[in-house]
Design a protein around this ligand. Structure first.
Ligand SMILES: Nc1ccccc1C(=O)C[C@H](N)C(=O)O
Ligand SMILES: [Zn+2]
Ligand SMILES: [Zn+2]
Length: 215
């Protein structure tokens, strides 16, 4: 008998989009409803959604932090697929992940940081841990093309300088935010996290997964 289930384990590292999803203070709430309902005699159910482009798990487009930079529909997809390193940064104090907090990194194309001991699924946590601009610079020099975090931003919530986003821009890196890494041990995985192709989009929602590497 055949099975749909792959022999390699998959971790779904996406937030579930649903009413009540915590969003950036002041940003658009996630809403979903049905425009056609089978219970009303429609042959099918059809829904609609209203949301911020930065809802839940998403990839920022360069356009989000630089006015003339590419939108999410224009960016190449290679950074969003391939081998990645998950780093446990749950022990970091002081608000941002610094170079000294990093483990020894042999080489990595993509690095994902787990900063929450327990992901805040039900409330917004303004005190999330950001990534220092120096850390991003350092990772770029190691050849890292994509940085991911379970926090809602690589910069602190009250940042006026957006230093981490600027470092990402300087090195033409890509960012994933709002990943859920609670169940994922530190180590190497295959990442697949493709942002939705929205023309003019400053970000794209992602269904993000990690898969056990082939041995
Ligand atoms: N929705 C916002 C409204 C105002 C200011 C920032 C945001 C963000 O979402 C920040 C974001 N997730 C980021 O890319 O760092
Ligand atoms: Zn964002
Ligand atoms: Zn961002």
């Amino acid at each position: 008998m055949s099975s749909w289930r792959s022999k390699r384990r998959i971790w779904d590292i996406s937030q579930t989009l649903r009413p009540g999803l915590p969003v950036w203070p002041g940003d658009t709430d996630f809403a979903f409803d049905r425009t056609w309902k089978m219970e009303d005699g429609s042959p099918v159910n059809v829904g609609r959604m209203t949301m911020s482009t930065h809802s839940g798990t998403h990839g920022d487009a360069p356009l989000h932090y630089s006015a003339d930079a590419p939108d999410i529909a224009s960016v190449e997809l290679d950074p969003y697929i391939g081998e990645c390193l998950v780093v446990d940064a749950t022990g970091v104090t002081g608000g941002e992940v610094n170079v000294g907090d990093l483990p020894h990194i042999e080489s990595a194309d993509r690095v994902l940081f787990r900063t929450f001991a327990r992901f805040p699924h039900d409330e917004w946590d303004s005190g999330f841990t950001a990534i220092a601009a120096e850390t991003i610079e350092w990772l770029a020099l190691q050849g890292v093309k994509l940085i991911g975090t379970d926090a809602p931003s690589v910069d602190p919530q009250d940042s006026k300088t957006m230093a981490a986003h600027k470092a990402v821009l300087d090195h033409d890196m890509r960012i994933l935010e709002g990943l859920v890494l609670d169940e994922v041990p530190e180590g190497r995985y295959e990442l697949v996290a493709l942002p939705l192709k929205v023309a003019g989009g400053d970000a794209g929602l992602c269904r993000a997964i990690l898969r056990e590497l082939a041995v």
